[in-house]
Design a binder for this molecule. Structure first.
Ligand SMILES: Nc1ncnc2c1ncn2[C@@H]1O[C@H](COP(=O)(O)OP(=O)(O)O)[C@@H](O)[C@H]1O
Ligand SMILES: [Mg+2]
Length: 227
């Protein structure tokens, strides 16, 4: 891990929702490239809000947020679109399209980038074999278990080989064994060089899969040791 390279930089970062709610305030943090960071904190602490800002779904109200050298606050829509092609996202509750096959779900980020089916197929097969679900290529998500669906969400997040993966409570609805399997996959990706930022409240998983821990409490950082 090259600690001199920062993939996410925050300085006095603040986010106020249009309702007036200040969800995050005064965040200062640098996340080094190649690290595995757990974002912990109770419900309402601001974890999802922070992840949403990092992929440009929300613009900071004030302060600085720089992701892969892109300043988020003043970024154009085109710059945000370009940034999103370099970020893999595993949303809370996986958000697979149930009317589409596993192939179509996993291929989606590359379809957006204009890949044709001929190039897509080998790439989709490769990431599905990474998550151990190559045989489910033509299945529909509803025929898969919760853990399998989450592995499909991981395959989709990694398909464009992004340097950064954001995961919002990816083990939220899973039993312990299945949750560990999901974490094994994220850990393997991290070992291959991907930076992983994962929101969770499954603190017991941290003992089997250690990482840097960043804690939010009511929108502020409690401890931010990430390197
Ligand atoms: N779209 C929104 N509009 C207004 N307030 C919101 C919105 N989304 C979240 N919040 C509030 O911001 C705070 C942080 O929420 P969130 O980031 O979802 O926390 P966490 O993911 O840690 O549970 C909470 O008080 C929540 O109610
Ligand atoms: Mg959340």
């Amino acid at each position: 891990m090259n600690e001199s390279e920062t993939i996410i930089h925050m300085k006095n970062l603040m986010l106020r929702y249009p309702t007036g709610k200040v969800a995050l305030s005064g965040l200062n943090m640098d996340i080094p490239q190649g690290s595995f960071v757990y974002l912990i904190g109770e419900s309402g602490a601001g974890k999802s809000t922070l992840l949403r800002m990092i992929y440009g779904g929300l613009r900071p109200t004030s302060g600085q947020l720089k992701v892969q050298e892109q300043m988020i606050r003043g970024a154009s829509d085109g710059q945000i679109r370009a940034l999103r092609q370099r970020i893999g996202i595993i949303f809370q509750g996986n958000r697979l399209l149930f009317s589409r096959t596993v192939f179509e779900n996993v291929a989606m980020p590359l379809r957006v980038q204009g890949w044709d089916a001929q190039r897509l197929l080998p790439r989709v097969k490769k990431v599905l074999s990474f998550v151990g679900l190559e045989d489910r290529l033509w299945s529909y998500p509803e025929t898969l278990s919760g853990g399998e669906q989450q592995r499909i969400a991981i395959a989709r997040a990694m398909i464009s080989n992004p340097p950064l993966i954001l995961a919002d409570e990816p083990t939220g609805n899973l039993d312990d064994d299945t949750a560990r399997h999901v974490l094994d996959l994220l850990t393997s990706l991290n070992k291959l060089g991907t930076t992983v930022l994962m929101a969770t409240h499954d603190l017991h998983l941290l003992t089997s899969h250690p990482g840097h821990v960043v804690q939010l409490r009511q929108g502020a950082l409690v401890m931010g040791q990430t390197s």
